[in-house]
Design a protein around this ligand. Sequence first.
Ligand SMILES: Cc1cc2nc3c(=O)[nH]c(=O)nc-3n(C[C@H](O)[C@H](O)[C@H](O)COP(=O)(O)O)c2cc1C
Length: 223
Amino acid sequence: MDVVEAMRSRKSIRAFKPDPVSKQVLEEILEAGCRAPSALNTQPWEFFVIGGDALKQVCEENVKHLKAGAPLELEVAESAFPRDSVYRKRQVELAKQLFRLMGIAREDEEKRTEWTQRGFRHFDAPAAIVIVQDGSLTGPGPLMDIGSLMQSICLAALEYGLGTCIARQGVYYPDVLRKVAGIPKSKKIVIAIAIGTPDWDFPANAVETDREPAEALTTWVGL
Ligand SMILES: Cc1cc2nc3c(=O)[nH]c(=O)nc-3n(C[C@H](O)[C@H](O)[C@H](O)COP(=O)(O)O)c2cc1C
């Protein structure tokens, strides 16, 4: 697939066919993903790839925690968006679009709850790639590198006919992941990427998120 075409067609997939993704394909995707750039070639990332019964256990325990109202926990900083900002507006627009596609009314608590749980279930994907960084690494630098890695993984997945969703929701209960996947305390859990064959019949997968035109964001200097 042409690189620019891949960048344009990549989108977050929030429902998957149950077909498993082979370990070999996942290995190839991670191998390609690891070609991502990082500051001084530090490559501040490691993976725990979870599937099968282990992923089922993670999803069940996540939902159990969520239902019990267990506090959400992120091991790397979450951004806060000012209330009246354009960032908050874009976030609200995404939620509105997803809920519209899913037929979830504002007051429909049951469907909203089910929708939230889907994220904590890694969108029922057959596999989840959990990205961790060593606990000795601090500051935003490693996260920049992991950002480029995430995109590389999502683009590589397309070549195999697979879809992805990068998701914080998948790592809000780090202790669940630590227990099931054996992630040591010396590693900080950064993010998860759900991966599998997209279920194109699932309404939310029709989402088309907007982008600000680059023209509106760019100041040209000397050109
Ligand atoms: C760091 C990061 C965290 C994300 N976390 C979630 C998440 O928890 N749940 C979710 O449904 N989507 C999540 N997403 C997906 C974004 O909502 C999505 O990328 C954005 O709306 C743009 O849509 P697109 O990926 O379809 O182009 C996350 C994306 C990133 C980059």
